[in-house]
Design a protein around this ligand. Sequence first.
Ligand SMILES: CCCCCCCCCC(=O)SCCNC(=O)CCNC(=O)[C@H](O)C(C)(C)COP(=O)(O)OP(=O)(O)OC[C@H]1O[C@@H](n2cnc3c(N)ncnc32)[C@H](O)[C@@H]1OP(=O)(O)O
Length: 259
Amino acid sequence: MLRSCVSRLRTLAVQRGLPGGAPLPAKDPWSPRVNPGAGRRERAAKPGCVRGDPRSFSSEVMHMDLSLPNPSWSEDMRLLFDQFMKKSEDGSWKHLPSYKSKFTQETEDIKIYFPDAKLMKEKLSQAQLFPRSLEEGLGFEYAMFHNCVEDRTVCIFQGGPYLQGVPGFLHGGAIATMIDATLGTCAVVAIGVAMTASLNISFKRPIPLGSVVVINSQVDKVEGRKLFLSCNIRSVDEKTVYSEATSLFVKLDPKTRLT
Ligand SMILES: CCCCCCCCCC(=O)SCCNC(=O)CCNC(=O)[C@H](O)C(C)(C)COP(=O)(O)OP(=O)(O)OC[C@H]1O[C@@H](n2cnc3c(N)ncnc32)[C@H](O)[C@@H]1OP(=O)(O)O
């Protein structure tokens, strides 16, 4: 699994224009651009760019790595990001970039599950990754790091004001979204294109709006195409456990179509 994991991360690096992979094909409109400016993101959207504004579909915004620090990140968020970037220097951890539109290896991989390739391409041209669909600082601010040796993915997450449920606290659906995204990333890096078959969450403490939390996920067991994963969400000081979850992801069968 380690070899396939490293190879998958290398493929992601190629698709995402990171060092360590062959260059992106110049004419492929589906390929993300190399992100200008290493390690820091000044602004995800141009000033005045609001939700629904066609400019938010500009290739500049769609292909920008949104997992880099931006002005909405709190000090806790920046400190944690810097800590994990430091851990990534020896290669044990890997920072996973993320984009509004995911024209990456997974997008390519999943095309075979759709009988009508043209229709699928049309749909994808307007699609955005759900947790990246809100404007900077208002919704899901997060960065993920993967450890191939330990089969773990860590997500540092700051939930913005548009994710409110009970006043002052994060909505359970928003928490579930980030749990699913973190477990899903861990699963995809480990075995390739997979979907959530079941997800069981125990919400133990409410998460204050605007706070930073750490989602720790890991692969517990692999049985054929089935991957069992678990995760918890903790406060930055690790004293509070906010949520725990277990899940089953199933690697898609190339012989089965999704539609
Ligand atoms: C970098 C990328 C980042 C990605 C992050 C994003 C993560 C987001 C992930 C999602 O949210 S995915 C969206 C929510 N999930 C779905 O919409 C999936 C809907 N379900 C399905 O499409 C299919 O049920 C599924 C693909 C999961 C499985 O269908 P298959 O036809 O491939 O499986 P099959 O029926 O052959 O079963 C294979 C094994 O899995 C088991 N299984 C399948 N579905 C199950 C289920 N729901 N619960 C328990 N076990 C299940 C099944 O019993 C069997 O076990 P055994 O091999 O032991 O017999």
